[in-house]
Every structure is written in structure tokens, then in C-alpha cells.
Design a protein around this ligand. Structure first.
Ligand SMILES: Nc1ncnc2c1ncn2[C@@H]1O[C@H](COP(=O)(O)OP(=O)(O)OP(=O)(O)O)[C@@H](O)[C@H]1O
Ligand SMILES: [Mg+2]
Length: 147
């Protein structure tokens, strides 16, 4: 099995410690061969309008703070990727994380996903969180789970 069979690596990044570890792991894989490209994908949950309200203003504030949050995550990823000579791309998607990650992998022909076993929620009873569980089941390619 050649590492270059995995030339389009998708990293699922939610800013959790394990997703940071997953990014480092994927970067180490990528450093083995210049042909490997990295896609670092972060999925934002859509902001749902609250019922019975004139919440346009509140929504605008939410949208703004979400944009700021993503900008901070993006800066953090960019800083990390700076030392990588390979081609890489930071991608923001909106929707259900598991579904969006799988759709992205299909659309962009990803051939390996690297992600954490758990993410931000921090509940430790289960080995896999709901997002990693979903992606392992539905991804069309191998999934590398960092723990
Ligand atoms: N919104 C997201 N965008 C990109 N990757 C994500 C996102 N959420 C989770 N991931 C990826 O999935 C891995 C596992 O996180 P997951 O969300 O499944 O576990 P959890 O947060 O501990 O539990 P849960 O979200 O089910 O309550 C993370 O380390 C990260 O690689
Ligand atoms: Mg989570």
C-alpha cells in the first residue's frame, strides 16, 4: 500500500484537541509526498431562527459572532499549515457536520479522512462521537481515527 494512494486527504476540524492532533497527523502524512493535498474542513451548525420573535437583530449578532469564531479557527489552521509545503485548502461548510463532511469527501474525491474519535462535547463514555461515528459508516474511503 503506497501512501500516495491517499493523495487527497480530508481533515475534519472542529477545533477540539483531538482534531488538532488529527491535523498534525495528516500533515505528517502529507510531508511524505508532495503530491498529497490537504483539505481542512470545518462545519458550522446553521443558526436556526427562534420562533415567535423579531429576532433579526439577534440573528445578525449570532451570525457575526459565528463569523468571528470561524475566522479565529481559520487563523489557527492557517498558522499550523504554514510550515507545510504541500497544497492545502481550508474549507468552511454549513449544515450537519457528519453529512457535510461525507458530501465533501464525495464531491472532492477525497481518498482518506483523518479525524478525532471525540470532539468538542467532551462526553467520554462512548469511544466515538456522533460525527466520527457517522463518517466512519458513510464515507466512501478509509477513515483514520485519531485518539
Ligand atoms: N463541526 C465539525 N466540523 C468538522 N469536523 C468535526 C465537527 N464536529 C466533529 N468533527 C470531527 O469529528 C471528530 C469527533 O467529534 P464528534 O463531534 O463526533 O464527538 P463529540 O463532540 O465528542 O460528540 P458529539 O458531537 O457527538 O456530542 C472531531 O475530533 C473532529 O475531527
Ligand atoms: Mg461534536
Amino acid at each position: 500500500m503506497m501512501l500516495t494512494d491517499y493523495s487527497r486527504i480530508v481533515v475534519a476540524y472542529d477545533h477540539s484537541e483531538l482534531s488538532k492532533k488529527a491535523l498534525k497527523m495528516a500533515m505528517n502524512l502529507a510531508k511524505q509526498d508532495n503530491i498529497i493535498q490537504l483539505y481542512v474542513v470545518t462545519v458550522m451548525q446553521p443558526i436556526r431562527p427562534l420562533p415567535y420573535s423579531t429576532y433579526g437583530y439577534a440573528l445578525a449578532i449570532n451570525r457575526e459572532s459565528q463569523d468571528k469564531e470561524f475566522q479565529a479557527i481559520r487563523d489557527e489552521i492557517e498558522l499550523e499549515l504554514k510550515e507545510l509545503p504541500n497544497k492545502s485548502k481550508i474549507v468552511l461548510l454549513e449544515g450537519l457536520p457528519g453529512q457535510m463532511i461525507v458530501e465533501f469527501v464525495k464531491e472532492y474525491d477525497g481518498d482518506l479522512v483523518v479525524m478525532g474519535s471525540r470532539g468538542l462535547s467532551g462526553l467520554k463514555e462512548l469511544f466515538l462521537g456522533s460525527v466520527s461515528h457517522f463518517v466512519v459508516q458513510k464515507a466512501p474511503c478509509p477513515v483514520f481515527i485519531v485518539k
